[in-house]
Write a protein that binds this ligand. Structure first.
Ligand SMILES: Nc1ncnc2c1ncn2[C@@H]1O[C@H](COP(=O)(O)OP(=O)(O)OP(=O)(O)O)[C@@H](O)[C@H]1O
Length: 378
């Protein structure tokens, strides 16, 4: 097991800066997920840790040892790729033991380590098969087994589940979490799938454009996104954003006016923003309630139901906000009657469940929400 420390890491491909200064501490034994949109540099960073890419600038320590320039085979890491990269002419057992054979580990020990890894992954009955006689999920387990037998200090996973169908992805996700509990080894996992990130990561690192947007537990990132990017990245459908201007603030409750004219309250400390400042109101689809328009007393955002999607457990209603171009997504409990298309409604929400972002995209702090963060995560 080992910690991983990145300091001031930059990487250019020619004139193109793809990693723009990364500082990150990964504690020993943690499961850390790198997540972000395509092209944000997360795979490049993983490959830098693995020693498959040079850096332009910066420092890397694995287990407290400066590791840039150290040969990949000497870094104590094992990497599992999206393409399983198994040797087709070798049996599962030979595939799993191949790196040990190259390292001249005695035969009996190789057989022993392969057998133990195969038991952990429940593929002991497949050891004599060739890869072509395996399903995609089984091949992926062999690829993971090949990493386990090397007893690495750090596992690196680069989108290992993307070639599996949805059901198998879900099952393998659960197995990876179990594997991490059993081995208690540091694992760094790259994905663009927010469900994988939320379910596997003890710590999630959200990347965008070669930079880190936020680091936190799944709970922290979902409940307390630092900015518009993180707020919009995690959650499906994503958080609704509505342009607004600040009317005033009292006792950490801000009042904002939407471009369409509606005035609503948000639990946010807007004392650093001027009255009239442009802000963005953010509300997650599950925090909105559809009310009849005559319920207007308590305030709300008037609109018209433009589209209804019945998904079984939930129904999604998309509401066209009055006087604004935006459609707002609302998650309605599947047990409730579906709202009618074309119905006029008021969108209501609790001030504590909404967010306010300044003109620079940063979230304004909210005392009430912070209090809901549990002390110990995971
Ligand atoms: N060998 C290379 N030469 C030049 N540019 C590269 C090279 N490898 C990656 N890039 C560029 O670096 C950027 C980051 O790529 P990277 O693969 O790290 O992104 P990613 O976040 O992992 O995306 P994806 O999820 O699509 O794999 C991209 O713009 C990519 O085009």
């Amino acid at each position: 097991m080992a910690s991983v420390r990145l300091h001031g890491i930059k990487k250019n491909y020619g004139d193109n800066p793809v990693i723009k200064g990364i500082d990150l501490d990964i504690e020993d034994g943690r499961f850390v997920v790198f997540v972000g949109p395509s092209g944000c540099g997360k795979s490049t960073l993983l490959r830098i840790i693995a020693g498959l890419e040079d850096v332009t600038e910066g420092e890397l320590e694995i287990g407290g040892v400066p590791s840039l320039g150290v040969d990949p085979s000497k870094r104590g890491i094992a990497m599992v790729f999206q393409s399983y990269a198994l040797y087709p002419h070798m049996t599962v057992a030979d595939n799993m033991g191949f790196a040990l054979k190259l390292a001249k580990v005695p035969k009996e020990e190789i057989a022993d380590r392969v057998r133990r890894a195969a038991e952990i992954l429940q593929i002991a009955h497949l050891l004599e098969r060739k890869p072509k006689a395996l399903s995609g999920g089984q091949r992926q387990r062999v690829a993971i087994g090949r990493a386990i037998v090397r007893k690495p200090e750090v596992f690196l996973f680069d989108e290992p589940l993307s070639n599996l169908d949805a059901a198998l992805r879900a099952q393998t996700r659960v197995e990876l979490a179990r594997l991490h509990r059993e081995l208690a080894t540091t694992m760094i996992y790259v994905t663009h799938d927010q469900v994988e990130a939320m379910t596997l990561g003890q710590k999630i690192v959200v990347f965008n454009g070669g930079r880190i947007e936020q680091v936190g537990t799944p709970f922290e990132l979902y409940e307390r996104p630092a900015n518009l990017f993180v707020a919009g990245f995690l959650g499906s459908p994503r958080m609704n954003f509505l342009e607004a201007s600040l009317v005033g603030e009292r006792g950490a409750i801000a009042t904002v006016r939407l471009a369409g004219g509606a005035q609503v309250e948000v639990a946010a400390d807007a004392t650093n923003a001027a009255v009239g400042a442009k802000v963005t109101l953010g509300v997650r689809p599950e925090h909105l309630r559809l009310q009849p328009p005559e319920a207007g007393e308590g305030g709300g955002i008037p609109g018209t139901v433009g589209l209804v999607e019945y998904l079984g457990d939930v129904t999604l209603a998309y509401v066209q906000v009055e006087g604004m171009p935006e459609m707002v997504a609302v998650k309605c409990n599947g047990g409730q009657p579906a709202p009618a298309m074309g119905a006029r409604v008021l969108l209501a929400f609790e001030p504590q469940q909404a967010y306010l972002f300044g003109a620079d995209g940063a979230a304004m702090p909210a005392r009430e929400r912070s209090a809901r963060i549990p002390a110990a995560a995971y």
